[in-house]
Structures are given as structure tokens and as C-alpha cells.
Design a protein around this ligand. Structure first.
Ligand SMILES: NC(=O)c1ccc[n+]([C@@H]2O[C@H](COP(=O)([O-])OP(=O)(O)OC[C@H]3O[C@@H](n4cnc5c(N)ncnc54)[C@H](OP(=O)(O)O)[C@@H]3O)[C@@H](O)[C@H]2O)c1
Length: 278
């Protein structure tokens, strides 16, 4: 489906490069992809490494792309849409616009894009850079099934995706999977610290922790059983895992962790209001 479309990326940074690499790997010709990034070094890198057409500012050809992906930082988003707007097609159904900018709400994006309704808000995460991203997608009611399928395919070029209902649920996605890689890194750091305190090297601790996360996540992803069942199965009464989990429960780790994600969602909502004011 994607190989018949043209793409325009506004912003040529990390997330755009990951998505472009994913699209090309899935058969989209590099010649069908245009990127706009103000920095000549970025343009050169994109043209050299990915073979795409790179320019410093949007033009009519860029604005006519079937799918536009807005991949600038949230603070740059409003200015970037202002530069883009004059180059968007005035008549007809226009293009599908997908934003990956954290914290930019659908209604603000639509407003800044002159009231367009073929818009999607995507919340990817950093494992997208390794092709193992998890992206939450939301759109205004009425987005066609075809546009949803295109947005899903773009997100799936760098991993998996899930559709959710509007900006509030994107704040929840942000709190779980968007910020989630940092939580995993935090736990890996803690396991690494414990490893060194227990007499292993930092490197051994890192390998043990990283592979344990990878293995457990793979097992959980492949198993049809609830994660709680998988946990209970490795927690024999009186054993080592039981000792660790009892200690975690006594410290209120699960409750604190859940509270942390509520804090992330609340901050996401605040940021949406800040970026979208006026
Ligand atoms: N990286 C992630 O894992 C991740 C995860 C979830 C969401 N996101 C979202 O994805 C978006 C991009 O993130 P990123 O990590 O890819 O950032 P990034 O590497 O900083 O990329 C943004 C790029 O856009 C360029 N730019 C700035 N203003 C522009 C304009 N007016 N027109 C065109 N290009 C412009 C920037 O140039 P300068 O460097 O010169 O400013 C930069 O090269 C952000 O909104 C972020 O919230 C990223």
C-alpha cells in the first residue's frame, strides 16, 4: 500500500530518519520521499544516507505529498506549520498529515493547518530507532479507514501500533509507552547497581539486566497467559523470587510506579495546554 504514495517529512531528525529508514525497508522508493530540514548538514546526511530529496524549506512539490509527517520538536511545531501552510493544496481532499510531535493536540494541529481533518496524532517511542517502536495513534472522528490504514502502516514501519481515542488517551499512551523506555532504563540501572553490590562487574550487571528484560518481554509478548500468571509461575513460596517480590511489595514499588505514570499523563496534559495556548 505504501509503495504507491509520496511522503513529505517536515523535520529530518532522529524520529524522521527512523521512519524514513523503515518506509524504505518496506519498499517505498527513496525518490518518493522529500524531507525539509533547515540545516544543510541534516539535508546532506539525509540525501547521502537515505537517498531522499532534502531541502531547507517546504515548496509546492513538498506540500503536494500524499502523506506529510510532521517530525519537529513540539516547540518548533507552530512555526513549522506556518511555513508549511501556504504550500498545502487548497482544493480537494488534501493530504494526510501525521504528527509525531509530543504534546501537540489534534485540535491545535488542525487549527494551525487551516482546519484540515485528515490528521493523525502519533506518539512513538525511542525503540522506533531500532525498528521496535510502539506507537499510539489518534485521529478526529470521521478519518477514513484508508487513512487509518496508511497511518498504521507508517507506524508499523518502525514497530507496532495501537489506535486510541483522542488526545486524553494519547496522554495515557505517552505515560506508558512514550516515556516507558526511560522507566526500563531506570530499572536496568537499578539491577546493574544491585549486581555490582552483589560482587559482579558493571558490565556483567548490564548484560544480565538487559537480557532479562529482553527475554521476559519476549516471553510475555508470545504467551497467551496473563502476565500475572507468568510472574506467579516463577515465584515459588519461600524461594528467592518470592523474597524479592515480598520486599518490593513492602516498599510499595507497584503503587509508586503507577503513581509515576499518572504524573507523566498529567504532565502531558499540561504540556498540551501550554503548546496550544492562544
Ligand atoms: N525521538 C523519539 O524517540 C521521539 C518519541 C516520541 C515522539 N517524538 C517526537 O518526534 C518529534 C521529533 O523528535 P526527534 O527526536 O526526531 O527530534 P530532532 O532529532 O530534534 O528532529 C527535529 C528536526 O526538525 C528540524 N526543524 C526545526 N524546525 C524546523 C522547521 N521549521 N521545518 C523543518 N524542520 C525543522 C530540527 O532542526 P534543528 O535541530 O536545527 O532544530 C531537527 O533536525 C518531536 O516532536 C518529539 O516529541 C520523538
Amino acid at each position: 500500500m505504501l509503495d504507491t504514495l509520496t511522503f513529505g517529512f517536515l523535520g529530518g531528525g532522529n524520529m524522521a530518519s527512523a521512519l524514513i529508514g523503515g518506509l524504505i525497508a518496506r519498499g517505498v522508493p527513496a525518490g518518493a520521499i522529500r524531507v525539509v530540514d533547515p540545516f544543510p548538514e541534516a539535508q546532506q546526511r539525509l540525501a547521502r544516507d537515505l537517498g531522499v530529496h532534502a531541502a531547507g524549506a517546504p515548496d509546492a512539490a513538498f506540500g503536494a505529498s500524499d502523506v506529510l509527517v510532521l517530525a519537529v520538536k513540539p516547540q518548533q511545531f507552530r512555526d513549522a506549520t506556518e511555513q508549511l501552510l501556504p504550500h498545502l493544496p487548497g482544493d480537494g481532499p488534501g493530504n494526510l498529515v501525521i504528527s509525531v510531535a509530543a504534546g501537540i493536540r489534534l485540535q491545535d494541529m488542525q487549527r494551525w493547518l487551516g482546519g484540515r481533518n485528515r490528521v493523525v496524532r502519533a506518539m512513538p517511542n525511542t525503540p522506533a530507532l531500532s525498528g521496535m517502536g510502539m506507537t499510539g495513534l489518534a485521529a478526529p472522528a470521521g478519518l477514513s479507514a484508508k487513512d487509518r490504514a496508511i497511518a498504521s502502516a507508517v507506524a508499523e514501519a518502525v514497530g507496532k501500533c495501537v489506535w486510541v481515542d483522542g488526545d486524553d488517551q494519547i496522554d495515557a499512551v505517552t505515560a506508558i509507552s512514550g516515556s516507558g523506555p526511560a522507566y526500563v532504563f531506570y530499572f536496568i540501572e537499578a539491577m546493574q547497581r544491585a549486581a555490582t553490590e552483589l560482587g559482579l562487574s558493571a558490565e556483567q550487571g548490564r548484560d544480565l539486566a538487559v537480557e532479562t528484560f529482553r527475554g521476559a518481554a519476549t516471553l510475555a509478548g508470545q504467551s497467551p497467559e496473563p502476565v500475572a500468571t507468568l510472574r506467579e509461575r516463577v515465584t515459588s513460596k519461600g524461594g528467592t523470587t518470592h523474597a524479592a517480590l515480598t520486599s518490593m511489595e513492602a516498599s510499595g514499588i507497584a503503587d509508586a510506579f503507577v503513581r509515576a505514570m499518572h504524573a507523566a499523563a498529567a504532565r502531558g496534559k499540561e504540556m498540551g495546554a501550554e503548546f496550544g495556548k492562544d
